[in-house]
Ligand binder design. Structure first.
Ligand code: ZN
Length: 345
């Protein structure tokens, strides 16, 4: 029915920001340019800010955006169009909804918040909102991150603290360990801290409001812009402190649930086992550590530390064999038309 869609491996897109380092190369095996500070490797993205390009195989040279435009059901599955077989899409798919990246946080990131879809769609350049989840790959001793506000911090409290240069006092700080997963729904104040290497799955959005940038300046000596008014507007002041989620088994052979939200399902696969991937929609597969083998009708792909693939809906079937000392993250988009409706992780 569909053309053959093997698993898609994309060229990583490296981003240089002032808080980056060299660990995308040293920890995750990325082929970074010899010089420079590199903060992010965008692995799977379809956004005006970046387009993943297929590395090899029959779709080599295609962008993810082109693939989603021309073969939406083969990539995303018919759930992206509402009930199976419905002729009219109930949810217009204009682009791939999720973004996968790896981050090397050599320094602390700005304190920021992202809006939800409703707010994002009203912006001058409309975009999705951004709900995200972090998976901690590496943490130098003493590394901190900030997730949510301390209990009881109100909008007035935070506004006053920002004016007084005391934003940090309002933030919930924690010291994460490798393997921790932190869920940051739209509206949650957050900052990744110095010393962390992270895999992040998020909505493919560029809507970020910065509250505080630690009084830093960039290479040219200027501070990065802040967006305090909009940030105060979109922060969820009822969210409170956010701690790492507790993984829960999804059942035998199904891995551990990290996040089920209205934007994505994130599952951890480990323990030297084989898993049949659910391809009711597509699956993003990321390997923060170790080696995994992806077997499909189209052949076998080995994925090593720092690599990733997109297994399209129309791939047929896919078996993932996870090696020892290996962690794999599997992420699936969730569509508004899905009967599954979120739940608080
Ligand atoms: Zn963020």
């Amino acid at each position: 029915m569909f053309q053959a869609f093997p698993p898609l491996v994309f060229e990583p897109l490296f981003r240089s920001y002032l808080w980056g380092g060299r660990r995308l190369a040293t920890k995750l095996g990325k082929n970074l340019p010899a010089e420079g500070i590199w903060a992010e490797s965008w692995e799977i993205v379809d956004h005006p800010q970046g387009q993943s390009i297929v590395q090899a195989g029959p779709w080599q040279g295609w962008s993810l955006g082109q693939l989603v435009q021309e073969h939406p059901v083969a990539i995303l599955g018919s759930r992206s169009y509402g009930s199976i077989g419905s002729a009219r899409p109930v949810e217009a798919i204009s682009r791939f909804p999720l973004l996968l990246k790896y981050l090397d946080c050599q320094n602390v990131l700005s304190v920021q918040v992202h809006p939800d879809d409703a707010y994002g769609s009203q912006m001058k350049t409309p975009d999705l909102g951004k709900t995200e989840a972090w998976y901690i790959i590496d943490a130098q001793p003493g590394s901190l991150l900030y997730a949510g506000l301390k209990d009881g911090v109100s909008q007035a409290d935070l506004a006053q603290a920002i004016r007084a240069g005391k934003t940090e006092d309002c933030l919930h700080a924690l010291m994460p360990s490798p393997g921790d997963c932190i869920f940051i729904p739209a509206g949650t104040v957050h900052a990744l801290g110095a010393g962390l290497v992270v895999a992040e799955i998020q909505q493919a959005s560029d809507c970020t409001f910065r509250l505080y940038d630690w009084d830093r300046v960039d290479a040219s000596g200027s501070p990065r812009p802040l967006h305090i008014e909009q940030a105060l507007e979109v922060i969820d002041f009822d969210r409170g402190p956010v701690d790492p989620i507790l993984p829960v088994s999804r059942g035998v052979g199904l891995g551990e649930k990290l996040v089920d939200c209205d934007k994505f399902r994130l599952t951890r696969l480990s323990q030297s086992a084989s898993y049949e991937l659910d391809l009711s929609t597509c699956q993003i597969v990321a390997v923060p550590q170790g080696t995994a083998t992806l077997e499909t009708d189209h052949g076998q792909i080995e994925l090593r530390t720092g690599q990733s693939a997109l297994v399209p809906h129309a791939c047929g079937q896919a078996k993932l064999t996870v090696g020892c000392d290996t962690t794999v993250l599997a992420a699936q988009p969730v569509f508004a038309s899905d009967s599954f409706c979120g739940g608080t992780p």
